[in-house]
Design a protein around this ligand. Structure first.
Ligand SMILES: Cc1cc2nc3c(=O)[nH]c(=O)nc-3n(C[C@H](O)[C@H](O)[C@H](O)COP(=O)(O)O)c2cc1C
Ligand code: SF4
Ligand code: FES
Length: 619
């Protein structure tokens, strides 16, 4: 392909960063040395370079981490190395919030100002940063650090959360939570290295935990420790059973996907296992970006070998030799611990060409997102891995028919895969005996906000919301419960009258709510609900990929109408704004391509309908 590139050249450091991912260039077409008289005149290596397009995102990550931003010269070099047109590479690089296409100071504090952090001091933190470092995005007094507002960072139980990135020869990324101005200042100056925030597990030590039973008890870096706690027994059992029997157990377990859509896992696995087209791929969806969600982060950080084992079982059952683990870019600790777990598992024969000496091949590659909620949508995720903009695809074809690289693909959430270990070990029917007939097993709930003991909870399906809130100590400070945000920004607000709802897929559906990814955010009577609703609307406006009109325009119109309504607070032409909001909500629900558009008005509409916002009852 003839690429028309500008004259901008990469710096030696940028070139080195790209070469560290792609290897040194082998032809003159890729920016390497001219090896023969014809090189430079006749094309060579084009097909090979284009086949590596899936390395575009890792290459951009490498430049961002080295230089702190992606210059035109660096982008040109990546384009040349992978034979990607610059307009496409620009389209990809500009898609992600963690990448910058303009110079940025090396240290950046990404400060979460999303729903939970807002009620836990994030606004005050932002105000303090604006005072000391200057306005958001400015270079600060010495040009060494800046700060940016961020959507949820998955640190909600320790809110307010901040992610600090420091570009350079030895790039660093670290979460800070709960963040205070003093800790943040020190971290930005590089004076102190805080310990990573430890997972909050209020149920630690309780009997009966399944998904959380190893957490806090094992060293997440130790394969031996994992094995001493039943690690890799389920994989061994799966191999004894054989792929068909494993899928039967998963179907019998009635396991429903935990990523939000609640699709039967067994049915998905069976479809891929039976697909005649080869190869088959497995994708573990660890993009966890729904505001209020942090369950997958805790599993990945604290029990990473279980994620590896769950993936190996899924790969074995569905005939996949290659699995991709797509971890959200804001989870550096999870990515590092998973990378170490994958290496150690490979080193001991639990991954690789001959898994456990049983003659099947399976390996895992990690891919890191770069700050885009929409990449959690499964087909957007495929595009992101393939080096395209993370825009959802039309369905059908479904991933089981034509998914990653156009091949049959199983995509499962981290928590879904973690459940597979018990299913294989104890049998599907035993698993289905826990919970309710429509919602089998236990569920992880991310409890944060105005609650005494925020953290990750595991309870059997059917536990009521009231019981869960009681376990978490109830509303902090003895205040009155005003509302609960259930299911995250894509979920709904639930009133105090509704908290006896059983936490099941069917129970929440019956009250017009959804479990989503297991977000539970209780809010007390001091909360400014208008502020939260406007933040949710801004979130969807920002995260819409812009591909289809109902969502691209609808999320903007929704936010505008809400702002007008909020300013009026019960006065003036409220009815007209409410009518417009209802119409926009319906258009997004009915005509959007993907789930983001379908759910973008859910929380807003529930707040308007149930919490009396339009009548001036926001705060
Ligand atoms: C906007 C949007 C964001 C999503 N984000 C995630 C996510 O972060 N993690 C996840 O597992 N599923 C997410 N999903 C659901 C996935 O598309 C898909 O249903 C899921 O990964 C399938 O796995 P499961 O069957 O194990 O739930 C998202 C869906 C939409 C529409
Ligand atoms: S609904 Fe929104 S996020 Fe989904 S494809 Fe359309 S514009 Fe993109
Ligand atoms: S980390 Fe701030 S809302 Fe989740």
């Amino acid at each position: 392909m003839d690429l028309v590139l500008s004259r901008a050249q990469p710096s030696p450091a940028e070139r080195q960063a790209v070469d560290a991912v792609l290897g040194p260039p082998t032809t003159a077409w890729e920016g390497g040395a001219r090896r023969s008289g014809v090189a430079g005149h006749a094309a060579e290596g084009g097909h090979a370079a284009r086949a590596r397009r899936h390395l575009l995102l890792p290459a951009l990550h490498a430049v961002q981490a080295r230089a702190g931003w992606i210059s035109q010269g660096a982008l040109n070099y990546v384009c040349r190395r992978l034979t990607v047109p610059p307009s496409e590479a620009y389209g990809v690089a500009s898609f992600y919030a963690l990448f910058s296409l303009v110079p940025r100071p090396p240290a950046v504090a990404h400060v979460c100002d999303d729903v939970v952090c807002r009620v836990k001091g994030a606004k005050e933190l932002c105000a303090e940063l604006a005072r000391t470092l200057g306005p958001e995005g400015s270079e600060g007094p010495d040009g060494g650090a800046t700060w940016l507002r961020s959507p949820c960072l998955g640190l909600c139980e320790q809110a307010p959360g901040v992610l600090i990135t420091r570009a350079g020869e030895r790039p660093r990324e670290r979460a800070l939570a709960p963040a205070t101005p003093a800790r943040l200042r020190e971290a930005l100056q590089g004076r102190t290295i805080d310990d990573d925030p430890a997972a909050r597990l209020p149920q630690f030590g309780e009997p009966g935990l399944r998904l959380l039973r190893r957490i806090g008890r094992i060293d997440p870096s130790s394969l031996d420790d994992y094995r001493a706690h039943d690690g890799f027994l389920a994989l061994r059992r799966a191999i004894e059973l054989g792929p068909d029997a494993v899928i039967r157990e998963v179907s019998d377990s009635k396991l429903l996907g935990r990523g939000g859509a609640a699709f039967p896992t067994g049915r998905k696995w069976e479809a891929v296992a039976r697909a005649a087209v080869r190869p088959h791929y497995l994708v573990c969806n660890a993009d966890e970006s729904e505001p209020g969600t942090f369950k997958d982060r805790v599993l990945m950080e604290e029990d990473p070998f279980a994620v590896v084992e769950g993936m190996a079982i899924a790969g074995y059952a569905c005939g996949c030799e290659r699995g991709f683990l797509y971890v959200r870019g804001e989870y550096p600790l999870a990515a590092a611990r998973l990378a170490a777990a994958i290496d150690r598992s490979r080193g001991r024969g639990f991954l690789g060409d001959d898994v456990m000496g049983q003659g099947f091949r399976f390996d895992i590659e990690i891919r890191r997102g770069a700050g885009a909620y929409i990449c959690g949508e499964e087909t957007a995720l495929f595009n992101s891995i393939e080096g395209l903009r993370g825009e959802p695809r039309n369905k059908p074809p479904f991933p089981t028919q034509a998914g990653l690289f156009g091949k049959p693909t199983v995509v499962n959430n981290v928590e879904t895969l973690a459940n597979v270990l018990d299913i294989v070990r104890d049998g599907g029917p035993a698993y289905a005996g826990v919970g309710t007939p429509g919602s089998a097993g236990t569920k992880l709930f991310c409890v944060s906000g105005h609650v005494v003991r925020p953290g990750l909870y595991e309870v059997p399906f059917g536990t009521t919301l009231r019981q869960l809130l009681d376990r978490a100590g109830g509303v902090a400070g003895g205040r009155r419960l005003r509302a609960v945000l259930l299911g995250g920004a894509a979920g709904t607000f639930v009133t105090p009258d509704e908290i006896d709802v059983p936490l099941t897929f069917e129970g929440t559906r019956a009250i017009g709510a959804s479990l989503g990814s297991g977000v539970v955010v209780p809010l007390d009577d001091t909360v400014d609900l208008w502020d939260l609703v406007l933040r949710i609307a801004a979130f969807f406006r920002d995260e819409s990929c812009g591909q289809c009109v109902p969502c691209r325009v609808g999320t903007v119109r929704q936010e505008e109408a809400l702002r007008r309504l909020a300013a009026a607070r019960g006065r003036g032409a409220a009815q007209e704004e409410l009518r417009l909001l209802a119409e926009v909500a319906q258009a997004m629900r009915d005509a959007s391509i993907c789930g983001l558009g379908h759910t973008a008005a859910g929380a807003v509409q529930s707040a308007l309908a149930k919490l009396g916002l339009a009548e001036g009852g926001g705060a």
